[in-house]
Write a protein that binds this ligand. Sequence first.
Ligand code: Z2T
Length: 829
Amino acid sequence: KLGERKAKAEKMFGLMDGFLKNDAVSLQKDILDHVEYTVARSRFNFDDFEAYQALAHSVRDRLIERWHDTHQYFKKKDPKRLYFLSLEFLMGRSLTNSVTNLGIQDQYADALSQLGFDYEVLAEQEGDAALGNGGLARLAACQMDSLATLDYPAWGYGLRYQYGLFRQIIVDGFQHEQPDFWLNFGNPWEIERVHVSYPVKFYGTVEEEVLNGKTFRVWIPAESVEAVAYDNPIPGYGTRNAINLRLWAAKPSDQYDMESYTTGDYINAIVNRQKAETISNVLYPDDRSYQGKELRLKQQYFFVSASLQDIIRRFKDLHNNFDEFPEKVALQINDTHPSIAIAEVMRVLVDEEHLDWSKAWGIACKIFSVTIHAVQPEALEKVPIDLLGSVLPRHLEIIYEINYCLMEELKKIFGQDYDKLSRMSIIEEGAVKCIRMANLSLACCHTVNGVSRLHLETLKTRVFKDFYELWPQKFQFKTNGVTQRRWIVVSNPSLCSIISKWLGTEAWIRNVDLIAGLREYAEDPDLHAEWKNMKKVNKMRLAEYIETLTSVKVSLDAMFDVQIKRIHEYKRQLLNILGIIHRYDCIKNMDESDKRRVVPRVCIIGGKAAPGYEVAKKIIKLCHAVADKVNIDPDVGDLLKVVFIPDYNVSVAELVIPGTDLSQHLSTAGHEASGTGCMKFLMNGSLLLATADGSAVEIAEEIGATNMFLFGAKVDEVPALREKGTSLKGSLQFARVVRMVRDGHFGFKDYFKSLCETVEEGKDFYLLGYDFASYLEAQATADRAFVDQEKWTQMSILSTAGSGKFSSDRTIEEYAEQSWGIEPCKCPF
Ligand code: Z2T
């Protein structure tokens, strides 16, 4: 019987496989059909954007096919699935990534060139999907790519924001924010599932109900909003598997406010209905400070509730006993943002499925794991009690109950140590009583992951010290990684061909450990020639981009020095700028013969500041003020150019990183949980100038500390240095450059005053003054290394060769084994 069903299923798969052909002629026909029937333009008259749309739809068809096959297969096998809950996914563009993973780029390029179009020009038409702030969200995107490629039965769940991260425009050197209208021209990469929708409830009261002699708490909600699914297929590379990223959009519910219809206030009823949609309207642009906003909480609960209804429905399709739930379901909480899921699972199991509290708690503790992405206390979300009690009254009760159990357990172990109990409590007493979302996660999750080895150390010894002492076995780390598919194959095709040629195989694209094979050729003159040429071509592209955007002409012989990431005091872009001012000052004081020994530099900075973060915005303005002065100074010429790249995002990163000689990662030691930008630069053979922070420590171990430029205070020196103040050695130089800014050397004297105060002696929390001398030394070492181009190229090759560990494939395999307990489930066709 089973064999019969299997045979039938396989026959069906066989038919499906025959649907779409991938030769150039078939692709061409498909594209033209989409021009005519989907885009609704004449096949004799369409422009680049319309060609892109048609192309995208033909790719979409192929993705849908694989998506169907994969999900059919998952359903048949019913393996344990991973559900990855994240409030943010930074996917960037999809076209080239999908075409690469489907392995049909050459065929498409062929098909298009016969139609008179250039594949690369069309790919540039696509806008970014920017449903995230930064590293955390791009990490989620890389991990989805790895989950698909490694054939894991996984789902991503998140929110389909109408507006992603704001667009940054620069006016007179100041950042302004504009809405990101990313859906205005349609989104071919998503499939709207009008029939996959769930009601999500808010507000109301909790009442007691008696059923078969037992009393239950029941939530009587006051408001209901419909969550509609939008599916985004994620294709794996070199496999038929395509997994799903399911994003929820808020729509008014059918039953909403029936009352006002019957009272005749028809227009107002419609207008009010529409307010439901605000829930999924806009992404919060603050990357690590949360203000306890009602809308934010509603966003979190909205996507968590819809996702859990979806997951439970899928489970119930094949199972009727919740004891089996942990064998089929692993829930990953990406940072603390979705941790309300813990209370929601408890509510569903206890209130709706009528399980005992302790049995429900046992299940919850087996399914949840969490990853923490930060060290800063302000990044740990706190929700005011009053707010939670009003929006989710039953969840507040449940959290109190969880906390009661936790406190009872702690009292048994620690007795009357009330300081400890209050530190570990999920409830924070104080002027505004709050729920500590992190503590809720720690109480429930079977695994708490850090994102680098150093980060876990900080979590264990500082942030979650009490919890670590209680449950050491929960604490693990998985060093972050990025996908080499996007960060080499898609964004740096020249490097991709070089690697494949010298390794004699493309297997490294799925098995990146092989990339270490390049070490053998690190001194080979032929490889050096190809490598330098690759860098040059990429620098040319970047130089053109810079000129178009900023009108600054840069020399290709200069060292391209790049710092791109969110603007933050702890990331110390200010240290970079003060270093640039120092370099400028030196050049100004040189005679012609000294100048001939200067290594020319193009200093590139890019990144967004959170709209309400004043200091970060001043840093952006300072970049521009310095650039305005330096770039037109005839004493400087090509020896120094300063460029701020506006509106930094994923597709800008794809252009900038391959053209970078030196990248900077300057966080004060102990502040960057991991950092993932550095990994993308490493893969692309850019040398790293970095502090011993986050994953940079592990990068040094992989490639050897002599192949990068490390500087600055070490983690365990930082606390004492904060007490003690600056070092004498660098303090004169440091004082001089800060004074230049303060005295108005670059204009805007009053505006920069408060920025200068942040690094004054005694107030310099991030230790710019202390690290300045060693920063300048590291910069000087980098200059000397650049003069010896053979040595530099060798270090560059060794960087790429040593980047294997920093693939998200490795990270995901560790998660699968150590945290989620899932196994590959490869669709056989
Ligand atoms: C974020 O991008 C990161 C941490 C956050 O803490 C929030 C955001 Cl938006 C709440 C980053 C870390 O700063 C970075 O070190 C890390 O590499 C990245 O997450 C991915 O783990």
